[in-house]
Design a protein. Structure first.
Length: 216
């Protein structure tokens, strides 16, 4: 299954959003990120694509940056409420999530707040394998985010991951060359959800995953 963080405005890349909506059956979820979060005011074009994704059965995850636990709880919750109220988001994608056990209580409170805000799907993007306690907080943990070269050479996954089904883990890989076996590696590393895109540089998540481009 594919978790797709498409950080492009629907007015700029309408064909990509149409591809997402038409590929609903292959999607785990889509991250909605109008402006490093919900932005300062509702955007009707994002609201429209979010509604169509939900109608197609795809969870819409509202993006909120947690700055590795440094961002105030109230600011993160405000983002989640705006995503719910403006875009009907029925899930939450908490980015830059801490991985150390010292912040488990902080993220536990965020998880409770996210559920209270209507998040039926909660994703924590650690980008690395966190302390195993985080698996009790979220539906999905992103345990790798980075370029293909680092993903290709990554070591074995921690043994504690075997205590959970593969659908609880996600790998997000960018700068992936054509034909690279990213999906096969994700499966071998017990990540049942993934996304592999060709995008590079400071904004790699402005491109669709190869798995959807191949269906064009």
């Amino acid at each position: 299954m594919l978790l797709v963080p498409l950080y492009e405005h629907p007015a700029d890349r309408p064909e990509d959003w149409e591809r997402l909506i038409s590929s609903a059956g292959r999607l785990h979820s889509v991250v909605l990120n109008p402006d490093s979060g919900p932005g300062d005011a509702p955007d009707e074009r994002f609201a429209r694509v979010a509604e169509r994704l939900r109608e197609a059965g795809v969870p819409v995850l509202g993006y909120a940056d947690t700055d590795y636990g440094r961002r105030p709880h109230a600011a993160v919750v405000q983002d989640l409420l705006r995503h719910r109220d403006w875009y009907g988001a029925d899930g939450a994608f908490l980015d830059q999530a801490a991985s150390a056990p010292e912040l488990l209580a902080h993220y536990g409170r965020l998880a409770v707040a996210a559920r209270a805000a209507g998040a039926r799907t909660l994703v924590l993007n650690h980008g690395v394998h966190p302390h195993p306690g985080y698996a009790e907080l979220a539906d999905l943990l992103v345990t790798f985010e980075g370029p293909w070269d680092a993903y290709r050479d990554a070591g074995a996954v921690p043994s504690w991951t075997a205590d959970h089904p593969a659908r609880r883990f996600c790998h997000l890989v960018y700068a992936v060359p054509p034909g690279a076996p990213a999906a096969e590696l994700a499966e071998a590393r017990r990540a049942g959800v993934h996304c592999a895109v060709p995008g590079t540089g400071a904004h790699p998540w402005g491109t669709l995953p190869y798995a959807l481009e191949a269906t064009a």
